[in-house]
Design a protein around this ligand. Sequence first.
Ligand SMILES: Cc1ncc(COP(=O)(O)O)c(C=O)c1O
Length: 304
Amino acid sequence: MALTAPHATCWLDGTFQPLANARISPLDRGFLFGDAVYEVLPCYAGRPFLFHPHMARLERSLREIGLAAPLDRAQWAQVLRGLVAHNQAQDATLYLQVSRGAEWGRNHAPPATPKATVFAYATPLPPLDPKTLNEGVAVATFPDERWGRCDIKSTALLANVLAKDRAQSAGAFEAVLVADGWLREGSSTTVMLVHQGRLVAPPDSPQILPGTTRDFLFALAKTAGIAVERRDIRATELHEADEVLLGFATRGALPVTQVDGRAVGSDLAAGRPGPVWQRLHGAFQARIKHWADVPFDAPVDAPL
Ligand SMILES: Cc1ncc(COP(=O)(O)O)c(C=O)c1O
């Protein structure tokens, strides 16, 4: 397949090369078993945003699957800097993947000394759609059919893919996953709600991915004097909440204005993006706007 990518240079196993020509073995365990972990981080004004939290999560995912980190943070920073430079990227999505590599044969048991396949590429990040910000997005709930270690950012995403497909077929932007009546997360987003002025999200557990955007939004909320809470959330609370938010690295916070066809919120404000989202979104955008002034290697995990 001929690929013409807007950001045409990728990084694969130690070299920058045209994405269209990049090749990995079909025996790669990432391809055969989904034996791989990944990260997605945004880049604003040519600078990766929340680099250290994303690196910390990647290191954790690697630890949890027993794969040695192929690069340290300084080396990852070099890779990202190279991707940005080669592609003249400004606002972009940066993708990193580490698989347990290729071996002869097909063995579930990992090799004793795997040689990781390491891949990174960039795609342009389009500006936020004003219609989405004005009107919010719709979500639909579905049973969580994923495995028991959703805290590992694994490329084995078939259940997430199918859930997103079902949501989009139902006219919704995102699938919100529910298990035994409890809210988990979206297929590729953290789900948060606002109740009596508090920003609430489920606590970390093996059932959800620890969201970098969620953590950043919680930090922004605290700075803005908005109370925050981590607790288990019943799916029915989505219908009682004043606001529902989605958080994910490439878009920050999006307002959810419909859950399963019902307007979020009450009275005149129902079905409209709410005031807590507006404040958090404003604070988030203000951070991004100043990003061009932040040196690449600044301690970006202390952003406030
Ligand atoms: C299942 C899942 N939950 C939550 C998130 C949000 O995480 P982050 O804010 O780090 O993008 C993602 C992002 O891809 C995800 O795939």
